[in-house]
Design a protein around this ligand. Structure first.
Ligand code: FDA
Length: 308
């Protein structure tokens, strides 16, 4: 399985296949299980349907690693429109943003400026900006930007971050983030990382996930536990019960199209569940990372494709 994971992560960077998939009807049909659609309207329709099922939503306008300042600003513009549409349509949703889509690799100052304007806009609408975490070469700069923005009185609590349990550094990062009152989404991590920075064995990633989720649950801040792993979820539920932590103090987060049965079950049990809903034309790298997590999805998608 690690071989297949690496193969899909390598494929996620293949430009020819990407262009073929994103620009054909065949490709778009394949992606529809994990991607809400191409336009803001598609994302809002999906979000409304999820709200009706008692779920919260975070919306992701797909795209990463832009190659010009103009592209970064147009990516940001979609998010500004999204924040207005969320308010106009009274959807219970916030936004998730990747800093490389906001120009981080061109200039950290550019990405920080855009993140600041999005956080300000989100704050003015009573919404929230979550900065997704990308590969480990960007961990420090992403943390620095989020910490600087959250330190500003007018943005406090309007911006949050993601921490990955596969990184050795994550426990120290979480201690600092909790001390500064920053909301964390904890996930296992979706990129291919070397053993110098990340646990190579899945058992260690899982053990660390449980250790870090306990730190988050015990803190006074509202955090998100992002996982589809029933063992992680059971451990969090048991820890919360044992320590008298109310279900309203945290949320579980899952990806659109993944373990919908589990999402519904948790809502039925009284837990907060937020679904991460991606939309847009640049879905290919996101889609490939989902296949990397569970190569059996290829068979599942193929079956559904030929059935319909
Ligand atoms: P794990 O991979 O161990 O899977 C446990 C079980 O969940 C599997 O056995 C299967 O049943 C199910 N499952 C998991 N993935 C599936 C899939 N794709 N299709 C079908 N079933 C699947 N990563 C990152 O590096 N930066 C980020 O910012 C984010 N953001 C983020 C937000 C949200 C809301 C979620 C849920 C996840 C992320 N991730 C992420 C991705 C995360 O790091 C991780 O790669 C996936 O969530 C898979 O890990 P699990 O915790 O689900 O466990």
């Amino acid at each position: 399985m690690p071989v297949l994971r690496s193969a899909f992560i390598a494929l996620s960077k293949n430009r020819t296949l990407r262009s073929f998939c994103e620009n054909t009807r065949f490709g778009r049909r394949m992606s529809s299980r994990f991607v809400a659609g191409m336009e803001i309207g598609d994302a809002l329709r999906v979000a409304e349907a999820l709200n009706q099922q008692g779920m919260l939503v975070t919306l992701d306008s797909l795209g990463e690693s832009v190659s010009s300042e103009v592209e970064a600003h147009s990516a940001a513009e979609i998010y500004h429109q999204l924040l207005d549409s969320i308010e106009r349509n009274k959807v219970n949703a916030n936004i998730s943003v990747k800093l490389t889509q906001m120009g981080l690799e061109l200039s950290p100052a550019l990405a920080e400026g855009i993140a600041e304007s999005l956080a300000t806009h989100a704050h003015s609408k009573g919404s929230f900006l979550r900065i997704d975490m990308e590969d480990s070469s960007l961990t420090q700069v992403t943390l620095d930007i989020v910490r600087r923005l959250n330190a500003r009185a007018e943005l406090k609590g309007s911006i949050g971050i993601v921490i990955q349990s596969y990184l050795y550094r994550s426990q120290a990062d979480i201690e600092q983030l909790i001390a500064e009152g920053i909301r964390v989404r904890l996930c296992k991590g979706a990129y291919k990382e070397p053993p110098e920075v990340a646990f190579p064995a899945k058992a260690d990633v899982d053990k660390n996930y449980i250790r870090l989720s306990k730190m988050l649950l015990e803190s006074p801040i509202y955090h998100g536990l992002a996982t589809h792993d029933e063992a992680m979820i059971a451990a969090a539920k048991a820890f919360a019960k044992e320590h008298g932590i109310e279900p309203s103090h945290f949320e579980f987060q899952m990806l659109y199209g993944v373990r919908r049965d589990l999402q519904r079950r948790l809502v039925g049990e009284g837990y907060n569940v937020r679904v991460y809903v991606p939309f847009g034309r640049e879905w290919y790298p996101y889609f490939m990372r989902r296949l990397a997590e569970r190569p059996a999805n290829v068979i599942f998608l193929a079956k559904n494709f030929f059935r319909s």
